[in-house]
Write a protein that binds this ligand. Sequence first.
Ligand code: GRF
Length: 209
Amino acid sequence: MEKLRLAVLASGRGSNLQAIMNACQEGRINAEVVVVLSDQENALALERAKQKKIPALCVNPQEFLTREAYEKKLMEVIKGFTVDYLLLAGFMRILSPVFIRGVAIPILNIHPSLLPAFSGLNAQRQALEYGVRYSGCTVHFVDEGVDTGPIISQAVVPVYPDDTEESLAQRILQEEHQLYPQVIQLLSKGRICCEGRKVIIIEEEQISE
Ligand code: GRF
């Protein structure tokens, strides 16, 4: 089977990107990251991609007069790389419905909470303030809402009484680094399909070659 071609959008540290690139390189997933894009010139994610000799580009929103023009450029670059899936990994901008429809490939995101709880910014802080005993992370398809798309997979971590935002974020992040590559591997095997907003994970033996 051909490798899945992935584009990744990231604004910052890029540790999820790193986990995905490592999994690709080590052959743990049948996929390759073909381009990494950021809205931040100095995003560590871009450096990480360059170290793997993967095209890494900043498309700076400040250089565009409108959001439409910015997203149009993003879309052009992504289309130029013939991509199967677009992965958001810490991309700190909300994509418009025009982009989501126009890019014409499925978009995935990873969020550091058990959605639908604690969507939006500062999910770990929200979880601590609410007093939940468990939190975790979610990989979901992106729809036109914020963190509302169909849920593909989740991982759970305990929340301890003495947790800080940082300690909880770190515990969740370790799970994120496992979960995102696992989901990509399922995609590459054609094991994920959507029925309405429910995502079905097909058993391996039910996949016809
Ligand atoms: C992660 O916590 C992810 O869930 C959220 O943004 C963070 C990105 O971290 N969407 P990194 O840039 O992948 O290290």
